[in-house]
Write a protein that binds this ligand. Structure first.
Ligand code: ASP
Length: 325
C-alpha cells in the first residue's frame, strides 16, 4: 500500500530520517503501532510549540496543495493552519468548479500540475481509491483527506490521539461506533487503527448502514472482539469511547431513503445518564442532529477538543512527510 517517493531534487546522501519521509499517506493500513506512536510523540511536540510560540519555521519554503473535490471545513482548514503554523504556504483548491476540473481535466493531470508547484498534495475526492490512483502519477507525497466511503487516515490518527490525550491509554478500551457505519469513512479507518490496541468495538447502526462485511472480517482476523447492535442502550454502560457519526446524506440515492434513517439515533443528556462518568463522546463533525446541543457542556463531550488535537496531528504528519521531524 505504501509507495516510497524520494524527490529527485534531494541531494544524494542527504539524510532525512523517519519512516514517513517522502511517503504517501493513503490508508491506515500502512501504519504499524510504532508508526502511530512516533506520530503522537511529534504531535505532542507540536502542541507544546504551538502553545509556546504559535508559529515557527520548520517548513519554511515548503508548499502544500490543498485539493478538495468534496466539501470540507475542518480537514481543509486544519491542513492550512498546520502548514502555516510550520512556516509553510498553501495553494488552496477547494472549489474545483473554478479550476480546470470543470473543463474536464482528469485527476492524474490535475495532480501532475500541482506537483510542479508544491511539495505535498492533500486530496479529498468522492471516489474510493482516488488518492491511491493519484499517487501513481506523481512523485510528491499525496495525503488522502477522504476518498469517498473508503478511508480518512489523518482523521483516524487524530481520533486515536484524542483518545490517548483524553483517557490516557488506548489498550483494551471499549469503543462504541454509532450511526452510518456503512458510508462513514472515518469509522472504517479508526476501527482498523484500533486493531493495534486490542480494543473491543461495538458497532451500533440501522441494519442497512452496518459496517461493511469485509472490514468486519479483516478486524476479526486481527483478533479483535466485535459485536453488532441496533440499539445503543445495551452497550452504552460499558463504553469508554462513544464515537457518533452523521448519516452520510451525500451517499444516498434518494432523499426519502436518507430521511428514513437520518434520525435513527440522537444523543441527549438523557441518553448519557446510562454512560460511565469517565468516558468520552467523539464525533468527526459536522453533526447534523445526532448529538443534541445540550450535550456540549458535558465534560465528556470531547468533539470540539478533538478538532484541536487534529491540528497537532496534521502538523506532525506534514513535518514527517516533508522530512523535517
Ligand atoms: N468530516 C468527516 C468526513 O469527511 C465526517 C463527515 O463528513 O461526516 O468524513
Amino acid at each position: 500500500m505504501t509507495t516510497s517517493v524520494r524527490p529527485a531534487h534531494l541531494p544524494l546522501g542527504e539524510i532525512r530520517g523517519g519512516r514517513l519521509y517522502g511517503q504517501h499517506i493513503l490508508s491506515v493500513k500502512q501504519f504499524s503501532r510504532e508508526d502511530v506512536e512516533a506520530i503522537f510523540v511529534i504531535a505532542e511536540e507540536m502542541r507544546t510549540m504551538v502553545e509556546r510560540v504559535g508559529t515557527f519555521d520548520l517548513l519554511k519554503g515548503k508548499l502544500l496543495a490543498n485539493l478538495f473535490y468534496e466539501p470540507s471545513t475542518r480537514t481543509s482548514s486544519s491542513f492550512t493552519a498546520a502548514m502555516e503554523r510550520l512556516g509553510g504556504s498553501v495553494i488552496p483548491i477547494s472549489e474545483v468548479r473554478y479550476s480546470s476540473v470543470s473543463k474536464g481535466e482528469s485527476l492524474p493531470d490535475t495532480v501532475r500540475t500541482l506537483e510542479c508547484y508544491s511539495d505535498v498534495i492533500v486530496l479529498r475526492h468522492p471516489e474510493v481509491g482516488a488518492a491511491a490512483t493519484a499517487a501513481r502519477y506523481v512523485r510528491k507525497p499525496i495525503i488522502n483527506a477522504g476518498d469517498g466511503i473508503g478511508e480518512h487516515p489523518t482523521q483516524a490518527l487524530l481520533d486515536l490521539f484524542t483518545i490517548r490525550e483524553e483517557l490516557g491509554a488506548m489498550d483494551g478500551l471499549t469503543v462504541t461506533m454509532l450511526g452510518d457505519l456503512k458510508n462513514g469513512r472515518t469509522v472504517h479507518s479508526l476501527s482498523r487503527l484500533l486493531a493495534h490496541y486490542k480494543a473491543r468495538i461495538n458497532f451500533v447502526s440501522p441494519e442497512s448502514l452496518r459496517m461493511p462485511t469485509e472490514i468486519m472480517n479483516e478486524l476479526s482476523a486481527r483478533g479483535m472482539t466485535l459485536s453488532e447492535h441496533r440499539q445503543l442502550d445495551v452497550v452504552l454502560p460499558n463504553t469508554d469511547v462513544l464515537y457518533v457519526t452523521r448519516v452520510q446524506k451525500e451517499r444516498f440515492a434518494s432523499e426519502e431513503e436518507y430521511n428514513a434513517l437520518k434520525d435513527a439515533y440522537v444523543i441527549t443528556p438523557d441518553t448519557l445518564k446510562a454512560a460511565k462518568q469517565r468516558m468520552i463522546i467523539m464525533h468527526p463533525l459536522p453533526r447534523v442532529g445526532e448529538i443534541s446541543m445540550d450535550v456540549d457542556d458535558d465534560p465528556r463531550a470531547a468533539y470540539f477538543r478533538q478538532m484541536e488535537y487534529g491540528l497537532y496531528v496534521r502538523m506532525a504528519l506534514l513535518a514527517m512527510v516533508l522530512g523535517k521531524a
